[in-house]
Design a protein around this ligand. Structure first.
Ligand code: IVH
Length: 702
């Protein structure tokens, strides 16, 4: 990396700072900050730290202390600036500088030969040099650096526009907040890559979830991609994500680059491999070590096959390889379709498969009464996890796959999603296999099961069925619903079994003295639970609606419903037709909502919840005032034409934003009127500040 330190210099500098840990080191703050960046790079990118975590923490705390004493010295690439203290309030849609394309896929040697032939014909070449690298299994992102600073991180979105997730991106320690691109004569650069979660971070995160009684996550890819749009940047940090950067989509050269820089750059960066090198030198985790430059497609075919053998040895998941024409001029010549470049192709690995025995089938009753058959398997290792049970969905699915108890079955994990049964191996049957009998009555409450016309699912319609009641309570307290922390699935089951809890309102009338004497509960944990339950009474109406578990009402519909009334019980008087007027509410959803609010017991439950202190009123109006600018800082400078300065400031505050007195890295928006002076000049030097006109401000708060 283009760094200010050699290893020895970094060690010396570390020792000097550690000796001066209680002194005023403000004059050396720049050096300290660079030193921390050096150690972050060793740790997160090279996986080769040269100091202990403890020593790093000491240096970090020293920097924090100096910055607290001298806030004017904080720079936007200081390691302390990763910490996201405020929540993301929605994500702004922004346009990519260059559209984010996808890749064409290949699955075998023939596909690759075909790709090579077409590329050679189009480029009129006898042989092509390729750069081959892993296809990281995560979520794609795009980063923009301007004047060496990270200014934006964006999701893929629809490829043309994505969402600005800069605050979350800053939580990923292998992504540098600043990088020395100007040394290469680059003023602005757009880089593409993949956010991934290593297998180790995935396991550690699941252990933590378990310790908190929270549901575990299924695989690293979904967890990584689900993390990008999380509201709380601290939650993103907890997941310990990683990033590989593998493509430069846009470069704007510096105006004042030297002649030498220009010549050197043009000579050196003529291939994809050299661009990976540039990223590596600038401190990014690019596939510099994993890539291979190969002449001709035959060596590519050999290499991808060899790599596939070792995919499980990698510390992260990959779902294939990417084969890229190495020479950038040839890439330009080949161009792209609207979907993918013609100079690259993904080579997808085969789904991982294994055979095992189907030992038995159990039937589980979900919160909506749906009875799901679950195949119990002889445990088998499949791409990183041991599989011992798999959902086999419904009766139709069982018929379609011709499954019998005692069968040998082929299972697979495609792209590392939840394992599936591919088929039963009919030729391996001995005659001892037994048909899977679907129950006629609920396996939990014994009441008769029903199947609606056109549906494949059998349901228990007894709303008092224990299984459903428990699942409903579990859903109600869950993270996306009422988010009652420290309650969790295990506690719901335990309290229900012990008859301490029998329904949703029961959550708010728990007898804590009985819980305090249970094994595993101390005074503190009871106190915590009590606080979490109390706090949940203030959850907004949309969460309550989602928590009720009305069929077909997901989080988005719950928000639509909450916004359409001033009190939840108004739904009692709404017809199906009226409900269908709402966005995203079709015939099926309207019917389900109507049924729910037409049920006396449900209404009684809601009345009980209200009398227990829950919010059934819509706090939309207050929410609107609060929304928008929460956590954002503003400063007005120059003469405003349309607004009085005091009115403009009042608007910011009414929308949850705040006014700051000077230009610093803490400022988010500088609103510029006529004849703006020194503040504007100062703000231009700080990359993270957005400079907007009065009209843009008005548009923003409209
Ligand atoms: S190159 C124009 N390289 O795979 C450049 N993509 O299935 C296109 N991916 O959208 C991307 N590893 O999110 C490239 N080494 C790699 C990759 C990679 C993973 C993802 C990327 C892309 C998707 C296409």
């Amino acid at each position: 990396m283009n760094t200010e330190f050699s290893v020895t210099e970094a060690q010396n500098a570390t020792n000097i700072f550690l000796k001066k840990i209680n002194e005023d080191c403000s004059k050396e703050i720049g050096q300290l900050s660079s030193l921390l960046r050096f150690h972050e790079h060793r740790y997160y990118v090279l996986n080769d730290p040269i100091i202990s975590d403890y020593e790093y923490d000491q240096l970090y705390k020293l920097l924090e202390r100096i910055e607290k004493e001298y806030p004017q010295l904080v720079t936007s690439d200081s390691p302390t600036q990763r910490v996201g203290n405020s929540l993301n309030e929605g994500f702004e849609t922004v346009q990519h500088l260059v559209p984010m394309l996808s890749l064409d896929n290949s699955y075998n040697a023939e596909d690759l030969l075909d790709f090579d032939r077409k590329a050679r014909e189009a480029g009129n070449l006898s042989m092509i040099e390729y750069c081959v690298e892993p296809k990281f299994d995560g979520a794609s992102i795009s980063l923009i650096y301007e004047n060496d600073f990270l200014v934006r991180g964006v999701t893929r979105g629809d490829g043309v526009e994505g969402e600005d997730i800069t605050n979350n991106i800053k939580q990923i320690k292998s992504i540098p907040l600043s990088a020395p691109f100007s040394a290469y004569g680059i003023q602005q650069i757009e880089i593409r890559g993949e956010i991934i979660m290593t297998k180790a971070s995935f396991n550690k995160y699941n252990e933590w979830l378990q310790s908190q009684n929270l549901p575990t996550v299924a695989n690293p890819r979904n967890t990584a991609s689900g993390s990008l749009r999380i509201k709380d940047p601290k939650e993103v940090a907890r997941r310990n994500l990683d990033a590989f950067l593998y493509h430069i989509s846009y470069i704007q050269k510096s105006k004042n680059k030297s002649q030498n820089q220009e010549v050197e750059y043009n000579q050196r960066f003529t291939s994809h491999a050299s661009q990976l090198e540039l990223l590596w030198e600038c401190g990014f985790r690019s596939p510099q070590k994993e890539k291979r430059v190969l002449k001709g497609i035959d060596s590519v075919i050999d290499y991808v096959a060899e790599f596939e053998q070792h995919r499980d040895d990698l510390p992260y998941e990959i779902d294939g390889m990417v084969v890229k024409v190495n020479d950038l001029a040839t890439q330009d010549l080949l161009g792209m379709t609207s979907h993918h470049p013609r100079w690259a192709i993904a080579y997808k690995f085969k789904a991982r498969q294994a055979t095992t025995k189907l030992l038995a089938v159990e039937f589980q009753v979900g919160r909506t009464g749906a009875v799901t058959p679950v195949a119990k398997l002889q445990p088998v290792y499949l791409g990183g996890v041991t599989v011992s049970s798999i959902s086999i969905h419904n009766e139709d699915y069982i018929k379609e796959k011709d499954l019998k108890i005692g069968d040998t079955v082929l299972i697979e994990r495609a792209g590392d999603v939840i394992p599936q049964i591919v088929q039963s191996i009919v030729t391996a049957r001995t005659g001892e296999e037994k048909e899977i009998e679907f129950p006629k009555v609920c396996p939990v409450c014994n009441s008769e099961l029903f199947k609606e016309e056109g549906e494949a699912v059998w349901r228990c319609i007894n709303i008092e069925c224990e299984a459903q009641v428990v699942e409903k309570i579990i859903h109600f307290v869950s993270k996306d619903a009422m988010d009652i922390k420290s309650f969790g699935e295990a506690n719901v089951r335990k309290f229900y079994e012990l008859k301490l809890l029998k329904d949703i309102p029961g959550i708010y009338t728990l007898d804590y003295s009985q819980i305090a004497v249970l094994e595993g509960f101390g005074k503190k944990s009871v106190e915590k639970l009590k606080e979490a339950i109390e706090a949940s009474k203030q959850q907004p109406l949309n969460r309550l609606i989602y928590g009720l578990g009305i069929r077909y009402v997901g989080e988005t519909t719950a928000k639509t419903l909450a916004n359409s009334v001033t009190h939840l019980l108004e739904f009692q008087h709404k017809s199906e037709e009226e409900l269908q007027q709402l966005e995203d509410v079709g015939v099926k959803v309207a019917k389900s909502i109507h049924q729910f609010f037409g049920n006396k017991e449900n209404i009684h439950m809601l009345q009980q919840l209200e009398s227990l202190g829950l919010q059934l009123k819509n706090e939309k109006k207050e929410a609107n005032v609060e929304g928008g600018l929460s956590g954002q800082t503003f400063l007005f400078t120059g003469t405003l034409n349309k607004l009085k300065r005091s009115d403009a400031e009042a608007i910011v505050e009414s929308k949850g934003g705040s006014i700051v007195s000077g230009v610093s890295s803490k400022l988010n928006y500088l609103v510029v009127g006529e004849d703006a002076g020194s503040k504007l000049e100062k703000a231009k030097k700080i990359n993270t500040i957005r400079i907007i006109t009065e009209d843009e401000f008005l548009e923003m708060v409209k």
